[in-house]
Unconditional design. Structure first.
Length: 304
């Protein structure tokens, strides 16, 4: 069986979004990532922080200044009304030639989310709301008859779907119930808290996704694991490429290639979102990732 395409991308900004002050650098990195052949770019969504760029406004500008890279918000904040979010996603898809992914989670910072005037959700409610959001975005995409949806959290009546197809769905699920939603409905999963393919968090969570996928007749491999993590790309080999907690810290191009190739061939990794922890400039670090590490991994994976 041929190896599925492995995605290589760039995670921009920090866990709480991209600073307004770094807008110029973010756009430069996005254009560079596109020019150098990366597959996907992501940005976090925390609109309650005033010094952060709005994720979907940023996504629109990024897509307008690039030609091939796919962009995703990882993950969309629950403060965004889903019927309008569906229009945003299908419009971005139409304007960019389909270069958008719908990233969604159950929400983590509910004190801040509630400050936006959004009803506070219990963990169970948040997961059910996430599931409704995925279903409603899909119903409001791809044309067809007007949609009436009478859910627990979202209600629409006679709304015409957009003609653009629904984008792929990636989740940032962590708990058992949200992992089950991922298995049943999602196309990709970004493990939270920068967990990688050897972390206990990933190794405990991935079987729950696989079980949920199988329960509805899906192949577990239909849900790709996309790892969002950082590391240094060094000129000299590191004696230890992981720290005392087992987290990846980096190494030479050869050390990166060996580690990521093993992640694909031995652990089924479907993609990698790079976050530089180098003390070099963003352009240099991104260039080494895109032009040295990524080709080495692609070549090694192709050889099997």
């Amino acid at each position: 069986m041929p190896q599925p395409k492995v995605l290589f991308g760039l995670g921009t900004g920090a866990w709480n979004g991209a600073p307004v002050a770094d807008a110029g650098q973010l756009l430069e990195s996005a254009v560079q990532a596109d020019r150098e052949g990366l597959d996907v770019l992501t940005i976090a969504d925390h609109p309650y922080f005033g010094d952060r760029l709005d994720a979907y406004a940023t996504l629109g500008v990024v897509l307008g200044q690039t030609s091939s890279i796919v962009a995703a918000v990882t993950v969309t904040n629950p403060s965004r009304p889903v019927p309008l979010l569906a229009r945003t996603l299908t419009s971005l898809s139409a304007l960019s030639g389909g270069r958008v992914i719908f990233g969604i989670g159950a929400g983590g910072l509910w004190d801040q989310i509630a400050n936006f005037g959004v009803p506070r959700r219990s963990p169970g409610e948040a997961v059910r709301e996430m599931e409704e959001a995925i279903n409603l975005v899909r119903l409001l995409s791809g044309g067809g008859k007007p949609v009436t949806f009478d859910g627990e959290f979202y209600k629409v009546s006679g709304i015409e779907p957009a003609p653009s197809p629904a984008p792929p769905v990636w989740t940032g699920s962590g708990g058992p119930k949200s992992l089950a939603v991922t298995g049943r409905l999602a196309d990709g999963w970004v493990p939270p808290r920068a967990a990688d393919w050897l972390s206990p968090a990933y190794l405990q969570a991935r079987p729950l996704i696989d079980q949920a996928a199988a329960s509805v007749g899906r192949e577990p491999a239909q849900v790709a694991s996309i790892f969002n993590f950082g590391g240094r790309i060094t000129r000299d080999p590191l004696l230890a490429t992981r720290d005392s907690d087992g987290r990846w810290v980096g190494g030479t191009v050869a050390q990166w290639a060996e580690e990521l190739t093993g992640a694909v061939l031995e652990h089924g990794a479907g993609g990698f979102l790079y976050r530089s922890t180098d003390d070099t400039s963003p352009a240099v670090a991104l260039g080494r990732w895109a032009n040295e590490v990524v080709p080495a991994v692609r070549e090694a994976v192709a050889k099997g």
